[in-house]
Ligand binder design. Structure first.
Ligand SMILES: NC(=O)c1ccc[n+]([C@@H]2O[C@H](COP(=O)([O-])OP(=O)(O)OC[C@H]3O[C@@H](n4cnc5c(N)ncnc54)[C@H](OP(=O)(O)O)[C@@H]3O)[C@@H](O)[C@H]2O)c1
Length: 314
């Protein structure tokens, strides 16, 4: 399992992360099997959010995780890096809240459900347009000083949003968690087709890939197997992604791995040292995905996979 430094935090972690959003509804035995498989494969980084859970059971996934693995045991806790996210408010209408009061109470809730004293990383989940960056800074300073959070980051933010926050926050923002898969990679598309008239040239993310590399922020790729926003996996979808699947299957054969491993390797091959956040709850798929961690696809293979997803190389 390849290790990368997360941002400039000094923390070396696996380049594959287990995402815990889909642990909802799992029994303790099922959850334990999923987590133990991940650990055995070399995954030492786990992604949570305070909103992950069944309807009406906010934080359910954090609780399931903690109980399944016995996170209140210091030896277990210290063997892994735990990250959670806050800022999405699940009300009837739904909204975002980066106020100091909300961030502080959200973290207290996360720590209680996880049954731990600290988070290795706290991310702001989705941009809050009403954010006062000074308030976020006050919240982060309190959390850091009290030892509740060791490192900070964001999710789904563009470079100017990061810049705005970073102007006020005295700690480096180490992570930006963004949607990224072969089938959904606008941050790569716009860089490849700069200056062209194609749809894929539209730069909607403000060059977040290049910005993250410039600023030593680790990109974490969420939904690595999904077509769109929870549109279902592209692997095996011969109707919409026939060419892509044929190419992936051929390359998988060459490396003697599954298509899952190649979908991971396409992301980890990028020199930006991206972390892939797996959402699968199938232990065999976790094992298959981990085989992709340190496969170094050739340039030709990487670009061939890209093109067979329907994208153009100008
Ligand atoms: N920051 C954000 O805004 C944000 C948003 C969404 C998610 N996340 C994080 O990212 C993690 C991953 O997201 P995700 O769960 O959407 O990612 P994903 O790994 O792309 O999708 C996992 C889902 O796809 C299914 N799947 C994967 N490969 C498959 C295949 N070959 N055939 C059939 N089904 C397949 C899995 O089913 P099985 O379980 O049966 O394998 C599971 O339901 C989450 O756990 C969460 O931690 C963050």
């Amino acid at each position: 399992m390849k290790q990368i430094e997360v941002g400039k935090s000094g923390i070396k972690a696996s380049n594959i992360v287990l995402g815990c959003m889909r642990l909802k509804g799992k029994t303790p035995q099922e959850a334990e099997k999923i987590i133990r498989t991940a650990l055995e494969e070399g995954i030492n980084y786990f992604d949570h959010a305070d909103v992950y859970g069944s309807p009406g059971r906010r934080g359910e996934c954090e609780e399931i995780f903690s109980k399944a693995i016995g996170l209140n045991n210091p030896a277990v806790r210290e063997s892994m890096f735990i990250q959670s996210k806050c800022g999405i408010v699940k009300s009837e209408t739904g909204s975002y809240d980066f106020s100091k009061e909300h961030i502080l109470s959200a973290v207290d809730g996360i720590l209680k459900r996880l049954d731990t004293d600290y988070l290795d990383f706290l991310l702001l989940h989705r941009p809050d347009s009403l954010m006062e960056p000074e308030e976020v800074a006050e919240a982060f300073e309190k959390l850091y000083t009290e030892g509740k959070v060791r490192h900070f980051g964001v999710s789904n933010q563009n470079p100017m949003q990061v810049e705005l926050l970073q102007k006020y926050i005295p700690y480096k923002l180490e992570v930006n968690q963004l949607q990224l898969s072969i089938a959904h990679c606008p941050m790569i598309d716009s860089g490849i087709s700069v200056n062209m008239g194609a749809d894929q040239s539209v730069n909607r993310e403000g060059s977040v890939l290049e910005y993250s590399r410039l600023k030593d922020m680790t990109i974490q790729a969420w939904s690595p197997f999904q077509k769109g926003f929870f549109g279902g996996p592209f692997l095996g979808d011969m109707e919409q992604y026939g060419e892509l699947n044929k190419t992936i299957d051929r390359i998988a054969k060459k490396y003697e791995v599954t298509n899952t491993a190649i979908a991971v390797a396409w992301i980890t091959r990028h020199p930006a040292n991206i972390q892939v956040i797996l959402g699968t709850t199938n232990p065999q798929r976790i094992k298959d995905a981990c085989r992709g961690s340190d496969i170094l696809l050739t340039r030709d293979e990487w670009y061939e996979i890209y093109q067979s997803s329907g994208k153009i190389l100008p």
